[in-house]
Design a protein around this ligand. Structure first.
Ligand SMILES: Nc1ncnc2c1ncn2[C@@H]1O[C@H](COP(=O)(O)OP(=O)(O)O)[C@@H](O)[C@H]1O
Ligand SMILES: [Mg+2]
Length: 412
C-alpha cells in the first residue's frame, strides 16, 4: 500500500496509463472478457476458407479485440502475421491493401558480390513490390505465398468509413477468391454497424465464407473485470457499493468504465486513499462529464434549454435514457411512462411528452434522437451510444435522480 505523498502522486500519474478512455487496449493483461468472440475468431482463422466480419456499436471494444488477437493466436502457433489497417473515407481497394502491405516485411537472402561472399539479408516492405493497381487476384496470390510460412490475418478496422462502393465490392471479390482457391489466410473486416449487410456488399454471395461476429455491449461481469484488473495493477481497491455504481453507469460500454475509473481513482488518490468510495464516484462523475465528447455536451444543452419554468425537457430526456430498448436500441413513447413517473413523482402520459420526443429528434433541440417508423408506430433511438450514460450521470449530478434510483430504473 502506498504511504508517502510522493507515492500517491506517482500513482495518480500511472492511473492514466491503466484507464485509457482515449485509446484502445494494446496489452493482454488489461484486456477483460470477450472470450466468446475471441474463440469464434480463432476458430475461423484456423480453418481454411473462412473470413471474419466483426461489427457493433462505437466504443464496445472492437479495435481492442483486434489489437490483442495476435497475442491470443500466438498461444497456439508461434508464427503469426497480423497487419492491421485503419480505413478512412478516401480509401480505395488499392490504398487499403497498400497500407496493409507496408507493414509486411519480406527478407531476401542473396549472396553479396565480391570475394568475401556471405549472405546479405535485406528487409523490404511488401508494398514496394506491388504494382500500380492492386486487384483481388494480386491479393489472393500474395496471401497464398505469405500463408505458406505463417498464420496470416489481415485486419481492416473502421471498414464502415470506406465510401468507395467499388472498394467494398472488390473486397468481397477478394474474400471470394481466397475462399475459392482454398487460401488459408484470413481477412477480418471490423466496423461500426447494426448488421453485416451494412458493412459488406453482396454479402449473400460470400455468405458461406463469412463468419459474422456481432460485438455486443459487455456483460456486467466483464465490466467488473475491467475495474478489478485495472485497480489490481494500481494496487488500489474499491468498496462494493461504489463498484456496483460504476458497473451500472457504464451500461456495458468499456469506454465509459475507463473514463469513470480514471477520474474516481484520481479522486481517491487526491485524498490520499488507495480505496475508492461512493464520494469518489460522485466526484469522478463530475470530472468525467466535463471530459465527455464536446458534441454530446453541446447537444445536451441545446436539447434541454428552455425559457419556460417548469418545462420537462431534462426529465423527458432522462426518461428516454432509462426506457426499455429492443435489440437495436430503439424504444417507444410508451416506454417513457414508468421512468418519467419515477423521476418526477407525477403521472404523465404520452400526450404530455409526444411533442418533446418530436422536438428532440429535430435540429433545434440537439437532434439527440433518431426517429423511425410510421405515425402510430414511431420508435426512437439515441444517435450516439455515449448519450445515454451522459444523460444519466448528468441527472445524478443535477439531483434529478439518486444513484439508488439509477440502479432501480436500470433493472427495469
Ligand atoms: N476487453 C476490454 N477490456 C478492457 N478495456 C476495454 C476492452 N475493450 C475495450 N476497452 C476500452 O474501451 C474503450 C473503447 O474501446 P475500442 O476498442 O476503441 O472500441 P471500438 O473500436 O469498438 O470503438 C477503450 O478505452 C478501451 O481501452
Ligand atoms: Mg475502433
Amino acid at each position: 500500500m502506498a504511504t508517502s505523498v510522493d507515492e500517491f502522486k506517482e500513482k495518480a500519474f500511472r492511473v492514466g496509463s491503466v484507464f485509457t478512455p482515449g485509446s484502445p487496449i494494446n496489452e493482454r493483461d488489461l484486456f477483460a472478457g470477450r472470450l466468446d468472440q475471441l474463440s469464434k475468431i480463432i476458430d475461423a482463422v484456423s480453418q481454411k476458407g473462412y473470413h471474419v466480419v466483426l461489427y457493433g456499436e462505437r466504443g464496445v471494444g472492437k479495435t481492442s479485440l483486434a489489437n490483442v488477437l495476435a497475442s491470443f493466436l500466438r498461444d497456439q502457433t508461434p508464427n503469426v502475421l497480423l497487419p492491421r489497417v485503419n480505413c478512412d473515407a478516401s480509401d480505395t481497394f488499392h490504398s487499403m491493401w497498400l497500407k496493409a502491405f507496408k507493414d509486411v516485411f519480406v527478407t531476401n537472402s542473396k549472396a553479396s558480390p565480391g570475394f568475401n561472399s556471405h549472405a546479405v539479408t535485406e528487409a523490404k516492405s511488401l508494398a514496394d513490390a506491388m504494382g500500380e493497381k492492386i486487384g483481388p487476384d494480386d491479393v489472393r496470390r500474395v496471401l497464398a505465398q505469405l500463408s505458406a510460412g505463417a498464420l496470416v490475418i489481415f485486419v481492416f478496422d473502421e471498414f464502415d468509413r470506406v465510401q468507395n462502393g467499388t472498394a467494398r465490392t472488390l473486397m468481397s471479390d477478394a474474400i471470394k477468391a481466397l475462399s475459392d482457391f482454398g487460401v488459408s489466410a484470413t481477412i477480418m473486416l471490423v466496423g461500426v454497424a447494426d448488421s453485416v449487410d451494412a458493412l459488406v456488399v453482396e454479402h449473400r454471395s460470400i455468405e458461406r465464407a463469412l463468419v459474422q461476429i456481432p460485438m455486443p455491449r459487455m456483460t456486467e461481469e466483464e465490466i467488473r473485470l475491467i475495474i478489478r484488473n485495472g485497480l489490481a495493477r494500481l494496487e488500489m481497491s474499491i468498496i462494493s457499493d461504489a463498484e456496483t455504481q460504476l458497473v451500472r453507469f457504464s451500461q456495458g460500454l468499456p469506454y465509459i468504465t475507463h473514463l469513470l475509473c480514471l477520474h474516481t481513482a484520481r479522486a481517491a488518490l487526491a485524498r490520499r486513499s488507495d480505496e475508492i468510495d461512493g464520494n469518489d464516484v460522485r466526484e469522478g462523475i463530475q470530472a468525467a462529464l466535463h471530459q465527455w465528447q464536446q458534441s454530446i455536451i453541446t447537444a445536451y444543452y441545446e436539447a434541454t434549454k428552455s425559457q419556460q419554468p417548469g418545462n420537462i425537457y431534462r426529465e423527458v430526456l432522462l426518461a428516454c435514457a432509462f426506457a426499455q430498448v429492443d435489440d437495436l436500441g430503439y424504444f417507444s413513447a410508451a416506454a417513457l411512462r414508468q421512468p418519467l413517473n419515477e423521476i418526477t413523482g407525477r403521472s404523465y402520459d404520452i400526450p404530455n411528452f409526444a411533442r418533446h420526443l418530436k422536438e428532440l429528434s429535430q435540429s433545434g433541440r440537439g437532434e439527440m434522437l433518431q426517429r423511425v417508423g410510421a405515425a402510430r408506430k414511431l420508435r426512437y433511438r439515441f444517435k450516439s451510444p455515449l448519450m445515454r450514460p451522459f444523460i444519466i450521470m448528468k441527472g445524478v449530478t443535477d439531483g434529478l435522480v439518486t444513484p439508488e434510483q439509477v440502479t432501480e430504473l436500470s433493472d427495469g
